[in-house]
Design a binder for this molecule. Structure first.
Ligand code: HEC
Ligand code: HEC
Length: 322
């Protein structure tokens, strides 16, 4: 009897520590659960996984995508090969536990579907899917499944996984400080490093090769290939944070701070689509309620440099960016 009481109180103590602010390393999953859930939930998990792998060609999402990327281009596959289980910044493990979460960008509390769908307007250079449509629900179901058995940790500052939240904040700040001091010499160094460490997969022209995704530019028909200027990776500080954590593929964490900064100074100074929030939204009659207090937002390569006190012409040493 005494033993039983002891056992119960031990179990309670474990629960309390799990609900606390930081998870111990042994409790954080590093892969998707081994088996799919049963029934229709399992079907939606599988559909969501398929969309994350083939976003620009999947029948349910291709019309909403305006480039040649997939969600896995930035939310990398992990050791188990599943989308979003990579260890670097951008993992989806723990993401579902953060919602509902406050977002400074929209100035509202966002649902997981809101957050997923906003990546379509920016990183996918497309249109925001309608909340609760099959594609939107399927992606949210897959991403939620990756947080199986993790405790809720609603984020009051930013809409991201507890495994991403502090890493984004800390590294974005670190790289903002470095980028504010950038000169043309950093750009030249960035190009040199890009050609040595990145071009063998992404192409010297940034257009990508085979299954290696494009980083900037347009195809011959004038279609944009990569993320637009409203996306996180197009920002000089967040782009450097993401690349330092995830690239070169399989060698995340090997670039020095100044190397990652210079490479992304170069990459983010290349042509990419302007962002206009209104163009990423479907007509109000179709879209339903848009959960944001911010209805107008525009960015260009030029304004993304200005944000760090930089003139893109002086950094590039030419006037090729409009
Ligand atoms: C070009 C890179 C890129 C692509 C492609 C991309 N994302 Fe993201 N995504 C990001 C970045 C960067 C952030 C973090 C941005 C920030 O917090 O400022 C992010 C954040 C998120 C988040 C918040 C969760 C978290 O833990 O950080 C979700 C959910 C998400 N993306 C879903 C998607 C989905 C679904 C797709 C495919 C439809 C997609 N993303 C495609 C770059 C990308
Ligand atoms: C061995 C090949 C390889 C190398 C080398 C490599 N990448 Fe990547 N990169 C990839 C792949 C593959 C992805 C997408 C992940 C996927 O599809 O699984 C990616 C994704 C990206 C993305 C996000 C998606 C996009 O298209 O914008 C960026 C940015 C990026 N890489 C930048 C770099 C930079 C900068 C370097 C050099 C420091 C680099 N990569 C080196 C293969 C590579």
């Amino acid at each position: 009897m005494k033993m039983k009481i002891l056992g119960l109180s031990l179990a309670a103590a474990t629960l309390v520590s799990l609900a606390g602010s930081t998870l111990g390393a042994s409790e954080v999953p590093t892969s998707a659960p081994k088996a799919y859930p049963a029934g229709e939930v399992g079907n939606m998990v599988k559909l969501g996984e398929d969309i994350l792998l083939h976003t620009d060609t999947h029948p349910l999402t291709k019309d909403l995508v305006g480039n040649k990327l997939q969600c896995i281009s930035c939310h990398l596959r992990g050791d188990d090969g599943k989308p979003g289980t990579g260890h670097g910044i951008g993992t989806f493990i723990g993401t579902a536990t953060a919602f509902p979460a406050y977002s400074k960008r929209e100035k509202t509390v966002q649902s997981l579907q809101d957050r997923i769908n906003n990546c379509f307007m920016r990183s996918m250079n497309g249109k925001r899917p309608i909340v609760d449509t099959k594609a939107s629900m399927a992606m949210a179901t897959y991403i939620t499944w990756l947080s199986t058995d993790m405790p809720m940790k609603m984020d009051t500052k930013r809409p991201c996984s507890p495994l991403n939240s502090n890493r984004w904040a800390k590294n974005a700040k670190k790289f903002a400080k470095i980028q504010r001091k950038a000169t043309h010499a950093n750009y030249v160094n960035g190009q040199k490093l890009f050609e040595a460490k990145c071009a063998m997969c992404h192409g010297a022209d940034g257009a990508g090769m085979g299954s290696f995704p494009p980083l900037w530019g347009q195809d011959k028909a004038g279609h944009w290939l990569a993320n637009n200027t409203g996306s996180g990776v197009s920002k000089l500080n967040k782009g450097a944070a993401w690349v330092q954590s995830n690239m070169p593929l399989g060698q995340g964490g090997t670039l020095k701070d100044q190397e990652a900064a210079d490479i992304m100074l170069y990459v983010d100074a290349q042509p990419r689509a302007d962002f206009d929030l209104q163009k990423g939204l479907l007509p109000a009659s179709k879209m339903g309620y848009y959960n944001s207090k911010v209805l107008h937002e525009k960015h260009s390569v030029r304004s993304n440099f200005k944000q760090f006190g930089l003139d893109v012409d002086a950094i590039r040493g030419d006037k090729k960016i409009k």
